[in-house]
Write a protein that binds this ligand. Structure first.
Ligand SMILES: *Cc1c(COP(=O)(O)O)cnc(C)c1O
Length: 444
């Protein structure tokens, strides 16, 4: 190294660590060390003047956040958007999570000072919201709930299921594979498009006496078979299962508590139980609008059998989830319900206002339920239409705005945008359009 090599002036690690702003950074030591090391490396490679290393380190530490997950604005029109974390929580649920994040009486009766049943209040809230259920159990997600139901009710026995319900739900999540991985064997009945109650009756007649078994009905979620189709109802299956002394399990997917007139064909927990299912399974973070959870509701006998299974402990719900679930159930309307019931006239007024400010077009646009709920069911509304290239710019805005790209256009749908965020979306769209026009200007 020659004497006047500028790399001699790169500040040492010890000097940088001693800087008061580095010492007071609310970040782990390994994050700070890595930040310092990277800035020094850039200076050694000649990418950064040695005199700027300290400023670079301070700037990086200022902008570093302990968690990198960023809040985004959902302007896609898809209410339960899997890639955006499914259900956004209500204010009540968010507050409950903050309250539960310290020490909390999740398993303690403050009257007696004794240990209490974990999550008893979330369970009570669920039972109050779904009167036909005798008992309930909450686990980590819908897939866990289904695996537990199969393991606890049939073990290595038989799960009877229609061929039309052997579905793949998310990327790589195949329901039949989950059931088999829990140890059970599938007994497939009917055909892809048509399964009759007589198909189930024949199958149940073939199960050897004493073999543990259940009948499983699954909401096909992400797809729909139309045309020449047939299926058995929960009421029909309940009568048949009872006759054979076997439990009927229904995985309804989305977790509506009661019938939702806006989604006339979507199953709900209360109706499915009233129609005779012994156990109903649903997710907490789809149409229920709560935190990620697997809900199991049904008869006392079935729920006790599930709670007693060792696997139930491996799927035990976190205190934050229990707090958010109870608050979702007791705390009034949820953002999911608001988005589902958004008034089309109000959406039109907001959309036209934004389009006018941007000198853009307002076009009719159907939102979707998403998350496997009510597949293909349109939620009529409106969108601001921008050039397709605006979409990637909107994603890079702070906060990022996620729009829908369709037919070589970028569509901003305000259904899932809280009205208070409209000015932010407008500002992002304006910025994106300016970037596009200045890019065009420099091309010319
Ligand atoms: C979404 C869904 C599941 C899986 O639930 P997760 O909460 O995502 O684990 C299972 N069954 C059906 C029918 C679903 O729609």
């Amino acid at each position: 190294m020659v004497g006047d090599d500028p790399r001699r002036f790169i500040p040492s690690t010890a000097a940088l660590l001693a800087h008061p702003r580095v010492r007071s950074a609310a970040l782990s030591q390994h994050v700070i060390d890595q930040t310092i090391h990277r800035a020094q490396e850039r200076a050694r490679r000649g990418e950064l003047p040695p005199g700027q290393v300290e400023a670079e380190v301070l700037a990086r530490l200022d902008s570093a956040r302990p968690s990198s997950m960023r809040p985004v604005i959902n302007a896609t029109g898809v209410v339960v958007h899997t890639n955006l974390g499914r259900a956004p929580l209500s204010a009540a649920a968010r507050d409950a999570i903050v309250d539960a994040s310290g020490y909390v009486d999740v398993e303690m009766d403050l009257e007696t000072g004794r240990r209490s049943r974990r999550g008893a209040s979330a369970r009570s809230a669920l039972l109050a919201a779904c009167p036909p259920a005798e008992d309930a159990l909450i686990v980590n997600n819908g897939a866990a709930a289904l695996a537990l139901a199969c393991a606890a009710l049939v073990g290595r026995g038989i799960v009877v299921i229609s061929r039309g319900e052997l579905v793949e739900i998310g990327a790589g999540f195949r329901l039949p594979e989950l059931i088999e991985s829990a140890g059970a064997q599938l007994l497939e009945v009917g055909t892809t498009n048509r399964t009759h109650i007589t198909d189930y009756a024949r199958a149940l007649g073939r199960i050897p006496e004493g073999t543990p078994a259940c009948v499983l009905k699954v909401h096909p979620s992400n797809y729909r078979i139309s045309g020449f189709t047939a299926g058995a109802t929960v009421a029909e299956l309940s009568e048949l299962s009872k006759h054979h002394g076997l439990p009927l399990v229904a995985d309804i997917g989305s977790g509506l508590l009661t019938h939702e007139p806006a989604l006339p064909e979507e199953p709900d927990l209360s109706t499915t139980l009233s129609d005779g299912a012994d156990l109903v399974i649903a997710s907490g973070d789809k149409l229920l609008g709560g935190p990620q959870a697997g809900l199991l509701l049904g008869s006392s006998a079935v729920i006790s059998q599930l709670s007693a299974h060792p696997m139930a402990r491996a799927m035990r719900t976190d205190k934050l989830t229990l707090a958010a679930m109870e608050a979702t159930l007791n705390g009034g309307r949820t953002p999911v319900s608001d988005a589902l019931h958004a008034d089309p006239e109000e959406l039109r007024r907001r959309t036209e206002g934004m389009a006018e400010s941007l000198d853009a077009r307002t076009v009719p646009h159907d939102g979707r339920v998403g998350g496997g709920g009510a597949p293909e069911f349109p939620l009529p509304g409106w969108a601001v239409q921008l050039p397709q290239a605006a979409a990637s710019l909107l994603r890079r805005h702070e906060p990022p705005v996620l729009a829908r790209t369709h037919d070589k256009t970028c569509l901003i749908d305000l259904r899932c945008v809280p009205p208070g965020d409209d000015p932010t979306v407008l500002e992002a769209a304006r910025w994106a359009l300016e970037e596009l026009s200045s890019a065009r200007g420099s091309d010319a």
